[in-house]
Write a protein that binds this ligand. Sequence first.
Ligand code: IPD
Ligand code: CA
Length: 255
Amino acid sequence: MSREMEIALKAAKAAGKVIMNGYGNIGFVRQKSERLGNVTDIDFKAQKAIKEVISKFSKLPIIGEEDETHTFVDNAWIIDPIDGTNNFSRGLKIFAVSIALVKNKQPVLGVVFNPATKELFSAEKSKGAFLNNKKIFVSDISELKDCVVDVGLPTREKVREIQFGIMQKIYPKKVHYKQFGSAALQLCFIAAGWIDAFVEYGLFPWDFAAGVLIVEEAGGKITNIKGEKIDIFKKDEILFASNGKIHSGLLGVLQ
Ligand code: IPD
Ligand code: CA
């Protein structure tokens, strides 16, 4: 295991502790803005815990969702202390710490840790994807009628309109819809073969930087809605992740 992976795991577990101490005892939930969604005091505490661990070992900038401003640079740690804050604030155990290391704008390491279920997804470039140290692979589903697609439905109005449009487009194909409320975990669910695709407009790098590498390392595929390679810092893209086998079929319907 690389030194960087050791750091990321340590940081994810430190944040996990903070999060589970706060689970069921959340101080406050407030809406940051329509675009940025909800946050709790535990989000801030968990972000602090991650930064404390990483900054002891690495000089690279750490870009956290709960920072006041965000300047994206090509080489950095990108972290979301709690992805799935709404689930967390309601006690639903579908949320995770997400930590990515990005070099030359490409994720080279990803850790997504659900401290409530103790599921730890991880990947390093060209080394495969793992769930609690066991190698994971995407599903073999190749027929649209058999596939399970997560169509994200966050609270942002513009995003919801686009997402409803996506649902309408794929509805005639009789795919099965899900909405788990944590983009980072949804990507890991594809990597583990539990669902087959995920599509969402307007995500932020901290929502998906770790998860996209985990999907790719498990054999899946990530593009934008046009089938192009995604630029993780580009705003207002539609992220489309799949097991690879249904990728072009579903893209054909979405375009
Ligand atoms: C949100 C989750 C959700 C997605 C939203 C994200 P947050 O992240 O990933 O699944 O639909 O777009 O903002 O706010 O819980 O960190
Ligand atoms: Ca978050």
